[in-house]
Each structure stands twice: as C-alpha cells, then as structure tokens.
Design a protein around this ligand. Structure first.
Ligand code: KG4
Ligand code: ZN
Length: 345
C-alpha cells in the first residue's frame, strides 16, 4: 500500500506518493521567488507559505499518483533538522493526517533522506536498492555541507561537515557581493561556463587538512577584499565571467578533493552526491573525472532530486517501515537541530 510523504524543512513545500521504492508522484512548490526579494530565506514567511501550499500540494501529489487518502498505509514527514516553524507545518499536518486515517507515521531526518536520493533514477523514478553499495556521500546545499559514510543496515557515520558556511551559502553570499540575485549558485554556474577558472587565485580552505571538515567563510572574505581592491571587475562582462569561474573552481576543488580523500580513507568503492549544489555542472564533471581516475563508482542524484523534495523522504520512510517497522509517536515534536550522529536504527 502506498505512503504519503511531506517535506517542509526550508523553502520547498513538497509532497510525494511512494509505493515499493517507486515514486508515483513528487510535487514541489518552491518559494525561491518569494525569498529572493530579501536575499535569503525568511523563516516566518517560509512557514506561512508552507501553510498556504501544503494542502494543494498534497492533493496534487495524491491526484497525480491516482491514489485516494483512504488507501494510504503510512504518512511520513521531515522531522528535522531545519527551520523550526517551517518544519512544524509539514510535520504536524502529517501527524494529524496519520491520526485521522489511523495509519503508521514516521518522522524522517532530512540529511539521512538526502543520502538515499542518488539511488532514485529512471522513469517512473525508483530507488534501485539492489544496486546499493557502501559509499561516501557528499550532501551539499545552501544549509549543509557534509561527508557521510553510508553502510547498508547501519547508522550513517558523519565523517566531516562545514565549520562555518555551507557551500551553497558561500555561492549565494559571494553572488550577493557581486550584485547577483538570490540564489546566486545557478547564476554563477552559468556565468562560469565561459570564464577562465585560473584568471584569479582564491584560497581553497582546509583542502589539505587531515580532517573531512570544510570551511567556506574565508573564501567569501577573500572575494570581498578582492572586489574592494578591484571594483572594475564588476563592470566588464568578461571579467565577471572569469571571477565566477575562479570562485566556482575554488569551491569545486575543495568539494571534490575532500570527497575523494574521504572515500579513500574508509576504502569506499562508491561516492554519491546530492543537495542543491550537486546540480552544479562543474562539480558533477569534476566528480566524474576524479572518481573515474580513482576507479570509484559515482552516483549523482538527478538534478530534480538534488534539491529538497518529499520523494527522498518517502523512499527512506518506506525503507525504515519495511526494515525496522518502528513508527514515530503521534505526539512527537520537530527536531530543528537533530544531529545526524543521534540517529538510532
Ligand atoms: O538543496 P537546496 O534546494 O536547499 C537547501 O539549501 O536546503 O539548495 C539550494 C542551494 C542554494 O545555495 C543554491 O545557490 C545552490 O543550492 N545551487 C547551486 C546550483 N543550483 C543550486 N549552486 C551552484 N551551482 C548550481 N548549479
Ligand atoms: Zn536539503
């Protein structure tokens, strides 16, 4: 019997219907335009927008899947981490729905769900867990940048994460310094395409560090000083492209080098990547080149499943109900700061 999943941890309202590892529907309503005006996500506005959108999005997901609510076997929702008020909208609605329908309910860790999104492929999209391999997973978005060791049937092990800004936040904040609209990541990706990545030299923080942690705030500061000293860069299209390509090269270099180092350190034969920044074309290409050179299998989440979506929440929810059968209490609350290390299975 199918399962309905909700995701409202940040600025995407999403609902999906999952049945036997297959995504029957995955509806995403993005609030990106709403927050663009403010240069970043405004939590209170995000929560209000989720409230407005949740029911139409859920209805559309059920309709698209051809499933009526009375046929649902379970409901699941992102429990954390994320923006407290945003999480609360989806999570509490999901609890109420599970109560009314008398079906199972399960709260999902948002980052754990990202770890499985690279396994969703095809048409209709389905998670091919038969092909699952132990892997090192790079989860990289506006809110998180982390490397996780994922082993079948075990707790995911956090290898490292950012000590300050997330990589997507770095793209966005540097874009803001350059006068680009929010979110700047995809725009920098596009402008960088025709730029010279070696035109300007920027630091690659912690690239040779022995830990698997990241740090991006120093890179942002160094671009700030660069722009203060070379304001003319912004006025010439060609130089702006070179600047975008050089900034992107610094971020991508760090992400790729540290991901491959982490895979080597735990002898993983497979690397996966997900999160909004995993849409970046240069990152995807460099991961492909480096993994190929090291004989490591690479699984990149499809761009549509890189960004926040309820399908990955439902795929993990169904897997958890199948393997552990453990449901979440209908009195459970959201966990905005839920650390990955706290996961118990
Ligand atoms: O996963 P996501 O939709 O939301 C969260 O942050 O959780 O990721 C959004 C982030 C933004 O920082 C955006 O600038 C970045 O992903 N992003 C990109 C690209 N597409 C999205 N960054 C670089 N290149 C891209 N093509
Ligand atoms: Zn996310």
């Amino acid at each position: 019997m199918p399962l309905l999943a909700f995701e409202t941890s940040c600025d995407e309202t999403s609902a999906a219907v999952i049945h036997q590892n297959t995504v029957l529907s995955n509806v995403v309503s993005s609030q990106v335009k709403l927050h663009a005006e403010y240069g970043g996500v405004v939590p209170e506005l995000a929560a209000r927008e989720h409230l407005r959108n949740l029911v139409p999005v859920a209805r559309a997901a059920l309709q698209k899947a051809g499933v009526t609510a009375d046929r649902l076997a379970a409901i699941c929702a992102t429990q954390g981490p994320g923006l407290p008020s945003a999480l609360m909208v989806g999570f509490k609605a999901a609890e109420a729905m599970a109560f009314a329908l008398r079906c199972d309910f399960i709260g999902i860790h948002h980052h754990e769900a990202h770890l499985y999104s690279p396994w969703i492929h095809g048409d209709p999209p389905a998670a091919d867990f038969n092909e699952f391999q132990p892997n090192v997973s790079l989860v990289v978005s506006g809110g998180h940048t982390m490397l996780v060791h994922v082993l079948p049937g075990m707790k995911p092990r956090l290898l490292g994460s950012t000590l300050d800004d997330a990589a997507g936040e770095c793209f966005d904040k540097i874009g803001k310094l350059m006068g680009l609209p929010y979110p700047a990541g995809p725009i920098i990706d596009r402008l960088a395409e025709q730029g010279n990545p070696r035109a300007f030299e920027f630091p690659r923080p912690l690239i040779n560090d022995l830990t698997h942690d990241f740090s991006f705030s120093g890179l942002k500061t160094s671009v700030r000083y660069f722009l203060r000293d070379h304001p003319e860069t912004m006025e010439r299209e060609e130089q702006l492209r070179d600047l975008c390509a050089s900034v992107q090269a610094a971020i991508v270099d760090v992400l790729v080098t540290k991901t491959c180092n982490a895979a080597r350190s735990v002898s993983a034969q497979c690397v996966t990547a997900s999160g909004g920044v995993a849409c970046n074309r240069s990152l995807r290409m460099r991961l492909e080149q480096n993994c190929k050179a090291e004989g490591i299998q690479l699984r990149l989440a499809a761009p549509f499943f890189c960004t926040d979506n309820a399908a990955m929440i439902g795929i993990l929810g169904e897997m958890k109900l199948r393997t552990s059968g453990k449901a979440t209490s209908l009195e459970a609350d959201v966990l905005p700061n839920w650390p990955l290390v706290d996961l118990s299975q």
